[in-house]
Design a protein around this ligand. Structure first.
Ligand SMILES: Nc1ncnc2c1ncn2[C@@H]1O[C@H](COP(=O)(O)OP(=O)(O)OP(=O)(O)O)[C@@H](O)[C@H]1O
Ligand SMILES: [Mg+2]
Length: 445
């Protein structure tokens, strides 16, 4: 900024000195005319002595004025030349010590400036680079299109812009590729500017080697992908395990308990009327066994309702809504569109688990009297909405360390490429909306 002001001041000074040039010329011209007139009058004998004196005086005055003006002007020129040299030296110093590589090319895209950072980044000494085509430092495959990009930029008339705005290279936007002298390609971030000097356009590219940053971003992305895959695999394994245990509880334990109960009933019927106390014990056993069967079935269903695998999401979700109302007394209206919706895995389990956690949250936190659940699979996305009329909460409030339910909802949704929104405000209920694309390629349970 200050540099620009300096240059502007210098421009003003230079235009003032041009004015002085004109003044000197005018003074000399006027003096010369007067002198010529006086000399002519003297020659013609018209008051020869006086005219000679006048001519000499005018000549002297003009000479003194001209010499004075000339020396002032020469002094100012020297001062402005020194100032210009100082500015050039300062700008040169800045360019040279800049951390970013700076390259200037002329209209034919040959290099005219190559700073120390450019030498370092491209591994090329300045002596070699100056005069070389810019193409030296551009990977082969981009060489053809590059001059056009620069030409188009020249035609826009804009003074500067970021390079590579439209391009995505190495997964990152606005990265362009450079080529070191040893043939190694590397990602750079660059901006280009243009200036015109004596009718010639010069393009200056300021660029930064972002290899380390791009590598770190790639590592981060890879590690996020790995974590997602791990989470996805963990969900699948957990669901499979739950399903296996639920089936064993249901098919093995509950069946065995039921047949044990039948045996107890049969044995009790064979007791004689004298064995009253034994009979009472067996009735109690039978009631215990009934309770054990019910508990086993409930535990199995809580683990993973078999109907989710056997009948599909819609019957399982209806069952979930009904048992929620039975357990909590909170009315739950469930609607599905289309009624015959048949979601496949992994979407079915994901939606079921999201609904389960949302209803659990209503039961635990909402103090609601009504929950409305809608499941819409008529479009490209499947959309689940769970709305309660409870006390709501502030979703922006910091998460409690032990609260993982909503985190789990987000994770399940994002694993399938979906989006979740939670609209809630204290006193105004809560709406959880999940949009999941059915074409998702990520596999998760
Ligand atoms: N429907 C809701 N109505 C009111 N508050 C809610 C509702 N859902 C969530 N909350 C608030 O959001 C917080 C976070 O919910 P989240 O499900 O993440 O954790 P949690 O239910 O407390 O514990 P858990 O990890 O067992 O699910 C809850 O503690 C509760 O304060
Ligand atoms: Mg919860």
């Amino acid at each position: 900024m200050a540099e620009r002001e300096n240059l502007a001041n210098r421009g003003n000074r230079l235009s003032r000195s041009a004015l002085k040039d004109t003044a000197v010329a005018l003074t000399v011209a006027a003096g010369s005319v007067l002198l010529a007139a006086a000399v002519a009058a003297a020659l013609m004998g018209w008051h020869a002595e006086e005219m000679r004196t006048i001519a000499t005086s005018i000549g002297l005055v003009v000479m003194v004025a001209a010499v004075g003006l000339y020396s002032t002007q020469a002094h100012q020129r020297r001062a402005s030349d020194t100032a210009l040299r100082n500015v050039q030296a300062r700008v040169g110093g800045i360019v040279e010590s800049a951390m970013d590589a700076i390259i200037t090319v002329d209209q034919s895209q040959h290099i005219v400036l190559f700073n120390a950072a450019a030498e370092h980044v491209f591994g090329c000494p300045r002596d070699e680079a100056i005069g070389a085509p810019l193409a030296w430092f551009i990977p082969e495959r981009y060489r053809k299109s590059h001059p056009d990009h620069v030409r188009r930029f020249g035609e826009t008339g804009s003074t500067s812009r970021r390079m590579g705005a439209q391009r995505i290279v190495m997964g990152a936007q606005r990265i362009v590729m450079g080529l070191r002298r040893n043939g190694e390609e590397f990602p750079i971030e660059a901006s280009i500017s243009q200036t015109t000097e004596h009718g010639h356009i010069f393009f200056t590219v300021i660029l930064r080697d972002v290899t380390a940053r791009v590598r770190a971003e790639q590592d981060l992305r890879a590690s996020k992908d790995e974590l997602r895959e791990l989470a996805s695999a963990a969900h699948t394994v957990r669901e499979q395990e739950k399903s296996r245990i639920a089936r064993e509880l249901h098919d093995e334990l509950a069946q065995s308990l039921t047949s044990l109960k039948m045996d107890v009933v049969a044995a009790r019927e064979e007791l004689s009327p004298q064995q009253q106390s034994l009979c009472a014990k067996m009735v109690a056993m039978q009631e215990n066994l009934d309770a054990m069967v019910a508990a086993t079935r409930r535990i199995a269903a809580d683990l993973r309702p078999l109907m989710l695998d056997d009948l599909g999401l819609v019957p399982a979700a209806e069952w979930l809504a009904e048992s929620f109302t039975q357990r909590t007394g909170i009315r739950c209206a469930f609607s599905v569109d289309p009624p015959e919706l048949d979601l496949q895995e992994p979407h079915a389990t994901a939606i079921f688990r999201i609904l389960q956690e949302s209803l659990t949250n209503v039961a635990r936190h909402a103090r609601a009297t009504l929950v409305e659940v809608t499941l819409d699979g008529s479009g490209e996305d499947v959309v689940l909405r769970v709305r309660d009329n409870g006390r709501g909460f502030d979703p922006a409030a910091p998460r409690k360390a032990a609260s993982l339910g909503l985190v789990g909802l987000r994770e399940r949704t994002s694993l399938l490429g979906g989006e979740i929104t939670i609209e809630a405000a204290p006193g105004r209920g809560t709406v959880i909306a999940v949009h999941m694309p059915l074409q998702s390629t990520v596999a998760a349970a």
